[in-house]
Write a protein that binds this ligand. Sequence first.
Ligand code: SF4
Ligand code: SF4
Length: 103
Amino acid sequence: MNDFRWPSNIYYTLDLLPSGLARAIMKLWWSRPAIDPERCRNCNVCVESCPVEALKAGAVIPEFDYSRCINCLCCMEVCPHAAFYQDRSLLYRFTGLFSGVLK
Ligand code: SF4
Ligand code: SF4
């Protein structure tokens, strides 16, 4: 795709880099839902809500397949026990110190 553009805000600086380098950086710069096992009751409400089957039932807590996840956060919204949190890569947290992404 020749006319691809990264979304606005923090991504705009990636437009200044070669696309291969920008994609490599994006693999290290992520924020995604995760489950706190201390709060999870393994009710599987989140599993049923995922539109792309990126969550499956597990023995103790549901398991993610992050390669399928589209980061829609439906699972986080429906959890009746507030067991979700946003997991963030080291690079994401580091850049957040300068960009104001992390509040
Ligand atoms: S909806 Fe919440 S409590 Fe239920 S399985 Fe998912 S994370 Fe655990
Ligand atoms: S963020 Fe969306 S796609 Fe990812 S696991 Fe949750 S419901 Fe599924």
